[in-house]
Design a binder for this molecule. Structure first.
Ligand SMILES: [Zn+2]
Ligand SMILES: [Zn+2]
Length: 141
């Protein structure tokens, strides 16, 4: 039951497409402005490039990791810029999938909370996030 996600059709956009062959950010523009929407890139492409270079090859479960120190839950912290860090899985979702609705959390469909494969990430509520953190505790112990 593998869902193959295609990339956004906007040239240079590395996000996965959600609707109409567009990522959600570009789809939002399309909805607002019609087919003449602004096709400029939305996320800093250099950060995507740097993130991609750090991504490991998929392991047997299809999980991808990036190196970095771990936070108290076992999530990888990824350096963005200006001394700002973000958890890598959350950043991966932002870069490759789309915006994260406030008060919702990026969780894993796999058991590896260090995983940044966008195909293994979904938006969950507080309960989902708590369960996700438990996986980290389990793996550490
Ligand atoms: Zn796009
Ligand atoms: Zn995974």
């Amino acid at each position: 039951m593998k869902v193959v996600k295609k990339k956004c059709s906007v040239k240079g956009c590395a996000r996965l497409s959600q609707k109409k062959k567009l990522c959600c950010a570009h789809y939002e523009r399309y909805r607002k402005y019609g087919k003449d929407f602004d096709k400029s890139l939305i996320k800093p492409i250099r950060l995507i490039d740097r993130f991609k270079r750090k991504m490991s090859k998929k392991d047997a479960n299809g999980c991808i990791e990036v190196p970095g120190t771990l936070d108290q839950y076992g999530y990888v912290k990824f350096y963005c810029s200006n001394s700002k860090y973000m958890t890598a899985h959350r950043l991966s979702y932002l870069l490759f999938v789309g915006e994260i609705v406030p008060k919702f959390y990026v969780c894993h469909t796999c058991d590896n909370i260090k995983c940044v494969n966008p195909e293994h990430l979904y938006i969950g509520n507080y309960t989902d996030q708590k369960a996700d953190r438990q996986k980290g505790v389990k793996n550490a112990g």
